[in-house]
Design a protein around this ligand. Structure first.
Ligand code: KIV
Length: 276
């Protein structure tokens, strides 16, 4: 009865939440990427990525908006459903869009939709201690949660731009406390974006769940990047933490494999991708 989830006829069973926890405990870096469609999802999966996020970054890279704010639950369900069809191995996480989790009941209903209609195995939401009751309620209903701290792109208009977070010591302390409280509320993964290396490491040491970083330095349990940045599709000024893996690769698959290899052997992120 459990065979399709555990095997799916693969040499390696699909990644699940226990796999990710074991990777943290074994000190094996977790390689994560975003994806938005079935064809790229299949390539990302083939490259050996452990976790795929259908991020609300789709609002920027797919829909052409300047921020993630316009993305809707329907958008994320659609992209999660098509990504799910491309995956055999990776763990699938879907983003909860702006204002789709502003209360416990609303968050529960939308998380259920992302899982039942989209096929997500976990939902991700942005926030600190303000989201404790939402996370607790999701966890009480056995909905796996990734809590996103640090730079929260859905708050861009409130914080006045996409900038490094936690540089001042009070803010850094608060972020560590937030991560601990979110873990206590039932979060299964913490994602931390755009913070100094030292803070990425401090959050990772403070919690027992896997910590995935984007622009959070080498001291976290795993790295995530936006797929189109890794493939060099994104135009214009890039955040410091981005590395384009296409140069030196003769195909998209080779670039994705190179990303996975660089995460595993910790050559990514290098000092030039980090904040102090
Ligand atoms: O929406 C997204 O793609 C994300 C990643 C940048 C982590 O949240």
């Amino acid at each position: 009865m459990y065979s399709q989830l555990e095997q799916r006829g693969m040499a390696e069973p699909p990644v699940n939440i226990s796999t990710l926890l074991k990777m943290k405990n074994d000190g094996m870096p977790i390689a994560c990427l975003t994806a938005y469609d079935a064809s790229f999802a299949a390539l990302v999966d083939q490259a050996g990525v452990d976790l795929v996020l259908v991020g609300d970054s789709l609002g920027m890279v797919i829909q052409g908006h300047d921020t993630t704010v316009p993305v809707t639950v329907e958008d994320v369900i659609y992209h999660t459903r098509v990504v799910a069809r491309g995956l055999q191995h990776a763990f699938l996480v879907a983003d909860m869009p702006f204002m789709s989790y502003s209360g416990e009941q609303q968050a529960l209903e939308n998380a259920v939709r992302l899982m039942q209609e989209g096929g997500a195995m976990m939902v991700k939401l942005e926030g600190g201690v303000g989201q404790i009751s939402v996370v607790e309620n999701l966890a009480r209903h056995d909905i796996p949660v990734c809590a996103h701290v640090g730079l929260k792109p859905q708050s861009v208009h409130k914080i006045g731009g996409f900038r490094v977070q936690g540089r001042n010591s009070d803010k850094a302390r608060q972020m560590v406390e937030d991560a601990v409280a979110l873990e206590g509320a039932g979060a299964d993964i913490v994602l931390i974006e755009c913070v100094p290396n030292e803070l990425g490491r401090a959050v990772t040491e403070a919690v027992n769940v896997p910590v995935i970083g984007i622009g959070a330095g080498p001291g976290v349990d795993g790295q995530i990047l936006v797929l189109y940045d890794v493939l060099g599709f994104t135009q214009g000024r890039m955040p410091r933490f981005v590395r384009n893996f296409m140069p030196g690769s003769d195909s998209a698959l080779a670039a994705l494999e190179s990303f996975v290899g660089a995460v595993r052997d910790r050559s990514y992120p290098a000092p030039e991708h980090c904040f102090s």
